[in-house]
Design a protein. Structure first.
Length: 168
């Protein structure tokens, strides 16, 4: 995959991105909102990158792509995650050092028109904690429609969540 915007490049992971993935995963918001995506060591990040690059060719997991600034700095990722009911969910994270610049919305807007046809789908879900205001704003800015806000399962626990859908 190779998607370019004015400021970003969405591509495939390479092993040399492990240190950036590790560092980007350690910010407070990532620990708070998606603790299963925190990589405490570079080796953990490298193992995950090896798994994810295998998914590109063999399938069987989330389709996760790094988001790079045009200068080559890896600042986060965007992903499509298969759900148990056969639908897909969008996911994204921009490292804390790079937030508040509109990168997440820019990456999601560029990713959707590519990933939906690739997956043969016309809609994708978005689920986040209701308190994750930044994620709620990204989905709203990218044309997702809020379907629900209230208690729901999030990473195995009942929490206050928002459910969105994007329809092409």
């Amino acid at each position: 995959m190779k998607i370019e915007t004015d400021r970003l490049l969405i591509t495939e992971f390479t092993p040399d991105m492990a240190e950036s993935v590790h560092k980007n995963s350690l910010d407070a918001d990532n620990r708070r909102f998606v603790p299963d995506e925190v990589f405490e060591t570079v080796d953990e990040a490298a193992e995950t990158i090896a798994y994810l690059t295998g998914v590109y060719t063999h399938g069987g997991g989330p389709l996760v792509y790094p988001v790079l600034r045009k200068d080559g700095t890896c600042i986060g990722y965007v992903q499509a995650i298969p759900m148990d009911d056969g639908r897909w969910e969008i996911g994204y994270h921009i490292g804390g050092a790079y937030t508040k610049h509109g990168y997440a919305a820019e990456a999601v807007r560029a990713f959707l028109p590519v990933i939906l046809p690739q997956l043969g789908i016309s809609e994708i879900a978005g689920i986040c904690l209701a308190e994750n205001i930044a994620s709620v704003k990204v989905m709203e800015r990218c044309g997702f429609t809020k379907l629900y806000e209230g208690p729901g399962l999030y990473q195995g626990q009942t929490r206050q969540i928002c459910k969105f859908v994007f329809k092409a």
